[in-house]
Design a protein around this ligand. Structure first.
Ligand code: MG
Length: 362
């Protein structure tokens, strides 16, 4: 039996990890549960799964010496910059990581990959696109490829004009056409910031230069990503949009267990693809630019994005102001190296401060 330390157990991904555990009680157990602030839910989950450790980050119990001690896999499903802390702690404990937290690689890719290499820790991707790439590479990170192509649903506003985008509401942004996710990542899908993040993640996970990673619009979210090889062959992974598949595979690979319904292509009939409309969604380019710049830039970008999305969901700013806020923060915080967690936390703090100044004028 594989024992899992699950960080972010009450969020969208965390709940689906526990669904997978419920479906295969013989294969998986839970050694630790950590939630952000939902104590009641944590208590109920602890009663059901009997972990040795159950912590609520809001109580200040962000860390315990033994959090990762008894696990085989550290499943990092916490959202936002906070996830980086746990990813680094799991690497420090020398445990295999199933990584669903995007910010760990977006913000801390250089540090995380260097530390993982130093400690011999394996990082298995959970995001559907990166899991698809891993599968298309035959689970070989060193397989030679020409190009990585990430698919993007385009979110709920793909066909909106700039004038329409200026008037969209939080409720409209939260209605994703194909995936059910937490509020921050759902808004990031609507701005396409998320697709920029996923290109940065692919850059770190597969050691690919940014020039070899692209994104293509695919509204149905059936083809989850593709790898192109030098002979012109392209290998893709397909399936209905269901996060339990990449979640379960991260726990079992290279083996597979029953999980989701099989694709019915005759019933689907048609799949669509198209160019990503970068000019309408500036967050995509801003993320890529910060990823290429490196140093503190991705942490500044992400800190500003977390503040801007919070303000948008609160009704304080319009949808286009999310990108303007991020751009302003990147312009106001000087570029600097960021080699430690403390450097990244400082850049995160400065990005948030610059965003709040842009939004609220103080
Ligand atoms: Mg994704």
């Amino acid at each position: 039996m594989k024992k899992i330390a699950l960080i972010g157990c009450t969020g969208s991904i965390g709940r689906q990890v526990l669904d997978v555990v419920r479906s295969h009680r013989e294969a998986f157990g839970i050694s630790a549960l950590v939630c952000g602030n939902d104590r009641a839910k944590l208590h109920a989950l602890a009663e059901e799964f009997h972990p040795q450790i159950a912590l609520c980050a809001a109580d200040g119990h962000t860390m315990s010496e033994s959090l990762f001690e008894d696990c085989d896999i550290a499943f990092i499903a916490a959202g936002g910059f906070a996830g980086l802390f746990y990813t680094l702690a799991a690497i420090g404990a020398g445990k295999k990581i199933a990584l669903a937290n995007k910010e760990s690689l977006v913000v801390g890719g250089e540090l995380v990959m260097a530390e993982a290499k130093r400690k011999g820790v394996e990082i298995v991707p959970v995001d559907s696109e990166h899991s698809a790439l891993f599968q298309a590479l035959g689970f070989r990170r060193d397989a030679p490829f020409e190009r990585l192509v990430l698919t993007a649903s385009g979110g709920p506003f793909l066909h909106h004009t700039k004038e329409q985008l200026a008037r969209v509401t939080a409720a409209e942004a939260l209605a994703h056409p194909t995936w059910k996710m937490g509020p921050k990542v759902t808004v990031d899908c609507a701005t396409l910031l998320n697709k920029g993040y996923e290109i940065i993640e692919a850059h770190w996970l597969y050691g690919a230069d940014f020039s070899r990673i692209t994104a293509v619009i695919h509204p149905e979210s059936i083809v989850h990503s593709l790898v192109y090889f030098q002979d012109g062959a392209a290998i893709a992974q397909l399936g209905y949009p269901d996060m339990r598949v990449p979640i379960q595979l991260a726990l079992t690979y290279p083996d597979r267990l029953p999980c989701a319904p099989m694709l019915d292509l005759a019933q689907l009939q048609t799949l669509h693809f198209g160019r990503l409309p970068e000019e309408k969604f500036p967050c995509f380019g801003l993320a890529l630019e910060a990823g290429k710049r490196g140093g503190n830039a991705p942490a500044v970008l992400n800190g500003a994005a977390e503040e801007a999305v919070r303000a948008f969901l609160a009704g304080d700013i319009s949808f286009p102001r999310i990108a303007e806020t991020i751009e302003s923060a990147l312009a106001h915080v000087p570029q600097a190296a960021a080699q430690t967690y403390a450097d990244l936390a400082e850049a995160d703090r400065r990005g948030r401060g610059a965003a709040r100044k842009c939004i609220y004028g103080k």
